[in-house]
Design a protein around this ligand. Structure first.
Ligand SMILES: Cc1cc2nc3c(=O)[nH]c(=O)nc-3n(C[C@H](O)[C@H](O)[C@H](O)COP(=O)(O)O)c2cc1C
Length: 337
C-alpha cells in the first residue's frame, strides 16, 4: 500500500488532499463530513472581518428592538472581549469541529484592520485551529494604488499575524501580481510557513438582458490548473516552506501532476462542490492507482520530480516551454477557419 502521508508546514497529514476553503465547511457537520470523506486536512471558509462588522451593526439594531434572534450565536465565546457575534459563530464552529475530527483544521481569515487580523487570528488559534491561512484578497484596489503598496500590505499583515499566534501561518495568493515569484519569495522571507497557489475570485459580469451587474464565483475547470502548476514547479526549489496547490483539481492525475511539480498538499473545492464529497475518495484512489502504475511507494519519493531547478536558467526554461508549446500549436493548425 502506497504511503500517502505528507508534511505541510509542520503538520503531519495522512494524505496530501486538502479540502480548501468553501461553503462546505460552514458548519461543524460540514467539517466532520469533509474529514470523513478522507481528506488529509480541512481549511474552513474565510472569516471576513467586514461581514462581522456588518453583522454586529445589524445585531445592535435588533438588540435595540429587543430581538432574541441571535441568542444561539451570542452564547458562544461570550467571554471574548471585542469579538462580535459573526466572529463568535465562526470561532464556535471551529472550537466544536476541531476536537471531533482526526485531521488538522486550518482556519482562514480575511481581515480589514490590523486589530482584526491579529485579534481573530489569536482567537482562531485559541479555538483549536492547527494553522491559519491568510486570505489576503481585497476588492481590486483603486487605480492609483501601486502594486508595491498591495504587496507591502501582504507582508505587513503576515508580520502582524505571525506576532499574534504560534501556529503555522500560510498566505493564499492570487495569480495577479506583476511578479508572482518575487511576492512569494518576499513572503517566505517575511516568515510565511506556507503559500497557497492560488485563490479564486469573485468576478462580476453584466447580464445584457436584465441590464444588470451580476456577481458570481464560478467553479474551476482542470485546464485552469496549468498556471498554478507552473508556479509551484518554478518556486519549489527556491523555497523551503510549504507549498499548497489550489485550482482545477478534477482527477487523481491532477493531484499527481501537482505533486510532481512540487506541492506538499493539493487542495480542492470546485470538484467537491460539483460532484459531492465522495469525490475525495475518487481523487485519492486515482492517485494510488497512478502511484502503483508508476512504481512510487510514497508521496515523498515523487514530490517535486518535475520541479524547475533554481538558477538563472529558470526564465529560459519557461520561455523554452512557451516556444515549444507555440510550435506544437502551430503544427496543429490546419485551416480553413
Ligand atoms: C463557492 C466557493 C467559495 C469559496 N470560498 C472561499 C473562502 O471563503 N476563502 C478562500 O480563501 N477561498 C475560497 N474559495 C476558493 C477555494 O478555496 C479555492 O482556492 C479555489 O476555488 C480554487 O480551487 P478549485 O479549483 O478546486 O475550486 C472559494 C471557492 C468557491 C468555488
Amino acid at each position: 500500500m502506497a504511503d500517502l502521508s505528507t508534511n505541510y508546514m509542520g503538520l503531519f497529514l495522512r494524505n496530501p488532499l486538502v479540502a480548501s476553503a468553501s461553503p462546505l465547511s460552514h458548519t461543524v457537520d460540514g467539517v466532520r463530513r469533509l474529514a470523513d470523506a478522507g481528506v488529509g486536512a480541512v481549511v474552513m471558509h474565510s472569516l471576513f472581518e467586514e461581514e462581522v462588522f456588518a453583522e454586529a451593526e445589524r445585531q445592535a439594531e435588533l438588540a435595540e428592538a429587543g430581538s432574541e434572534s441571535f441568542a444561539e450565536s451570542l452564547s458562544y465565546f461570550t467571554d471574548v472581549p471585542g469579538v462580535e457575534a459573526g466572529g463568535r459563530r465562526y470561532l464556535s464552529v471551529l472550537e466544536r469541529a476541531a476536537p471531533v475530527v482526526d485531521v488538522p483544521v486550518i482556519a482562514s481569515l480575511n481581515g480589514t484592520t490590523p486589530k482584526g487580523w491579529t485579534r481573530y487570528a489569536h482567537q482562531m488559534e485559541s479555538a483549536g485551529a492547527s494553522a491559519i491561512e491568510l486570505n489576503v484578497y481585497s476588492s481590486p484596489p483603486g487605480a492609483d494604488t501601486s502594486g508595491r503598496e498591495v504587496e507591502e500590505r501582504h507582508v505587513e499583515v503576515l508580520a502582524l499575524v505571525k506576532s499574534a499566534v504560534s501556529v503555522p501561518v500560510a498566505v493564499k495568493l492570487s495569480p495577479y501580481y506583476s511578479s508572482v515569484g518575487e511576492v512569494a519569495l518576499r513572503l517566505a522571507e517575511a516568515g510565511a510557513d506556507a503559500l497557497v497557489l492560488f485563490n479564486r475570485f469573485l468576478h462580476s459580469d453584466i447580464d445584457p438582458e436584465a441590464l444588470e451587474v451580476v456577481a458570481g464565483l464560478g467553479l474551476s475547470s482542470p485546464s485552469e490548473g496549468r498556471l498554478a502548476r507552473t508556479w509551484v514547479a518554478l518556486l519549489r526549489q527556491r523555497l523551503d516552506i510549504g507549498l499548497a496547490a489550489s485550482t482545477g483539481v478534477e482527477s487523481g492525475d491532477d493531484v499527481a501532476k501537482y505533486l510532481l511539480a512540487g506541492a506538499d498538499v493539493v487542495m480542492t473545492a470546485s470538484a467537491l462542490l460539483r460532484h459531492g464529497l465522495g469525490h475525495a475518495e475518487i481523487l485519492l484512489d486515482g492517485l494510488r492507482d497512478w502511484m502503483g502504475r508508476k512504481g512510487f511507494a510514497s508521496v515523498s519519493r515523487l514530490r517535486g520530480l518535475l520541479s524547475v531547478p533554481p538558477g538563472p536558467d529558470q526564465a529560459g526554461e519557461e520561455r523554452a516551454g512557451y516556444v515549444a508549446a507555440l510550435r506544437a500549436a502551430n503544427a496543429n493548425l490546419v485551416g480553413p477557419w
